[in-house]
Design a protein around this ligand. Structure first.
Ligand SMILES: [Fe+2]
Length: 227
């Protein structure tokens, strides 16, 4: 199975000037595409050839793991950004306030995790396997789905995500990211998880163009198997 580079879920200049068209051309068109192409080359003729991205992440290591995890992380990252202002749904806002005390404290902790990540990596809001909201920083290609966590949004803090627009000033980029968070997407995942808890079934993921469909199907399967 060939893995494909998903299209951006918005126009290439839709996030400008916060995140420029030039950044997206390199980040999506070179870096993300590079991970997908390397992954396809590495798995050809191996036991990983017919596995889903999530299966490869759970079963591989070394270069295959790195390129599969970076492919997943970037597929997810594009959906964490929105060209239009969004707000968390009421259930998600309530859960954040219960977990972190307030939205302001949550922001402070998230910004700290993203700016404080040493070297390349990612800062995530995730639901842990006990459905508790936590902030997770992962280094290099590592991804919370390795540990069966459910990501709601992620900030890419590899330099390639911000160097063109912000040079070495990661805190400025993280502040920009905060203002672009796609709360609609995060809220949908949160509410699908709540629905799953209540019914043991996720709503059908029936949009073939949504790169998260495979992930949501996988999440349903894991939760069905473990319940
Ligand atoms: Fe990246």
């Amino acid at each position: 199975m060939k893995h494909v580079l998903p299209d951006l879920p918005y126009a290439i200049d839709a996030l400008a000037p916060s995140i420029s068209e030039e950044t997206l051309r390199y980040h999506h068109g070179k870096h993300h595409a590079g991970y997908v192409n390397k992954l396809n080359a590495l798995i050809e003729g191996t036991e990983y050839e017919d596995m889903s991205l999530e299966q490869i992440i759970h079963q591989s290591d070394g270069a295959i793991f790195n390129n599969a995890a970076q492919t997943f992380n970037h597929n997810f990252y594009w959906h964490s950004l929105s060209p239009t202002k969004t707000e968390p749904s009421e259930p998600l806002r309530r859960a954040i306030e219960e977990n972190f005390g307030s939205m302001e404290v949550f922001k402070e902790k998230f910004v700290q995790a993203a700016t404080g990540q040493f070297g390349s990596g990612w800062a995530w809001l995730v639901l842990d396997p006990h459905d508790k909201l936590i902030i997770e920083a992962t280094s290099n290609a590592h991804t919370p789905i390795e540990h069966h966590m459910t990501p709601l949004f992620v900030c890419d803090v590899w330099e390639h995500a911000y160097y063109i627009d912000y040079r070495n000033e990661r805190p400025k980029y993280v502040e920009t990211f905060w203002n672009l968070i796609n709360w609609d997407y995060a809220s949908k995942i949160f509410e699908d998880k709540e629905h799953l808890k209540a019914t043991t079934m996720l709503p059908l993921c029936n949009n073939p163009d949504d790169p998260m469909c495979g992930y949501i199907d996988d999440m349903t399967h894991q939760d069905t198997v473990s319940s």
